[in-house]
Design a protein around this ligand. Structure first.
Ligand SMILES: [Cu+2]
Length: 286
């Protein structure tokens, strides 16, 4: 925690130089190695700056790079979690006066979507916490691998969609892994075979992401999940920018505009026979 703090202060000093780097944001993704101490604080600072200067040009602004946005902030009660234990993760959304927000709009059937992922884009979880009378959201989480994680609170307030992010730490030495190479096919938990046809994904252009799901060679028709045929979260390698993705029909097809070249990790979730399954793909954008 103190390490992270001091890193934040050190890095704040040269944040002014960083927009240059982000001129080609692809470089940023590649330059920030997922190894090493904890680049979380640094990238959040960098990206804060980027979103302040670059939003006008972004076709689909990335979110989830900052603790605070549009005067709202996510406050995590206890960001240090013990590894492999079920912990109660508690957080609030507060306004610029520190007042706790309690009125949330329903999006994708829920008032709050909580996404967790480790710095190396492993350990993805998508949870729906409960809102207490005191305005505190809580969810039981278990994180089995050590390291630094990003928490994304994805919600809508006053008809405005927001994604706020905060850092979590799980005790122990992190065994960070390189991002898996892009592959057109992957196997979900539960053993479903999933193929991704994304065509050519180019920065700033809407990509059509079509997933085909089969089990033992037979096509699988997914059941509605969160108001669509599936749910997709895309995170950018390096800074963990959270990309908003829209379902295109009641199948597993999505429109995504990747803001920059680089690599993204796509987390598709779908429901079949009453169970939710998750499968991840690496998407190259160039
Ligand atoms: Cu959700």
């Amino acid at each position: 925690m103190t390490e992270q703090r001091s890193a934040r202060f050190r890095l704040a000093a040269f944040v002014a130089a960083l927009p240059l780097l982000f001129g080609g944001a692809a470089l940023a993704g590649a330059a920030i190695e997922p190894h090493g101490e904890d680049p979380t604080a640094r990238t959040a600072e960098q990206e804060d700056h980027m979103s302040a200067t670059d939003t006008a040009h972004a076709p689909d602004p990335v979110r989830g790079l900052a603790v605070a946005a549009d005067d709202l902030q996510v406050v995590v009660e206890q960001p240090e979690l013990r590894r492999g234990r079920t912990e109660s993760l508690r957080f609030r959304i507060v306004d610029e006066h520190g007042r706790t927000i309690r009125d949330f709009d329903v999006t994708h059937e829920k008032r709050m979507h909580l996404i967790l992922a480790r710095r190396d884009l492993s350990g993805f979880q998508h949870l729906h916490p409960e809102l207490g009378a005191d305005g505190v959201w809580s969810a039981d989480v278990q994180l089995d691998a050590a390291g630094s994680y990003r928490l994304f609170a994805d919600f809508s307030h006053d008809d405005t969609a927001r994604t706020l992010a905060a850092d979590l730490r799980v005790d122990g030495a992190a065994d960070l892994r390189p991002l898996p190479a892009p592959q057109p096919a992957a196997v979900s938990d539960g053993g479903y075979d999933v193929r991704l046809d994304a065509g050519r994904a180019e920065p700033g252009k809407e990509a059509d992401l079509r997933f085909t799901i089969t089990r033992d060679g037979a096509p699988v028709k997914t059941e509605p999940y969160l108001g669509a045929g599936g749910h997709l979260v895309a995170l950018r390698e390096g800074d963990m920018a959270f990309l908003h993705v829209h379902p295109m029909d009641d199948g597993v097809r999505f429109a995504a505009t990747f803001p920059t070249a680089g690599r993204y990790r796509l987390f598709l979730q779908f429901q079949h026979e009453g169970r939710i399954h998750t499968v991840a793909f690496t998407q190259e954008v160039s």
